[in-house]
Design a protein around this ligand. Structure first.
Ligand code: SF4
Ligand code: SF4
Length: 94
């Protein structure tokens, strides 16, 4: 049995993105003023969060639905839900 790297496994994922984000930054001011480390840009394995200087951009289309941002944001500033039925990540086994 071969062992795949994380990158190889990620290559097997596909996404069916909804038009509406299932991830919401509740207050951009909190990110700006109280969170110097912007730790969501580090713990998210899919690099969904990108700090744009004044605002957090959320590339929800690539979310792996791991749920880490529900507990990882020290300010509990991310509202997380599962994508609507039929949308989101599709894992393929190979
Ligand atoms: S970890 Fe939370 S508070 Fe900090 S930048 Fe990310 S979303 Fe904002
Ligand atoms: S659920 Fe996981 S992959 Fe999706 S945005 Fe949160 S940390 Fe990133």
């Amino acid at each position: 049995m071969s062992t795949k790297t994380i990158e190889e496994k990620q290559y097997l994922t596909r996404f069916k993105a909804d038009t509406k984000s299932h991830l919401t930054i509740l207050d951009h001011e909190i990110c700006r003023e109280t969170c110097p480390d912007k730790i969501c840009t580090i713990f998210c394995p899919a690099e969904v969060y990108k700090w744009e200087g004044t605002r957090m951009q959320v590339g929800y289309e690539g979310c792996h639905e791991c749920g880490s941002c529900r507990i990882g944001c020290p300010q509990q500033n991310i509202q997380w839900e599962y994508p609507k039925g039929g949308h989101g990540i599709v894992f393929r086994l190979a």
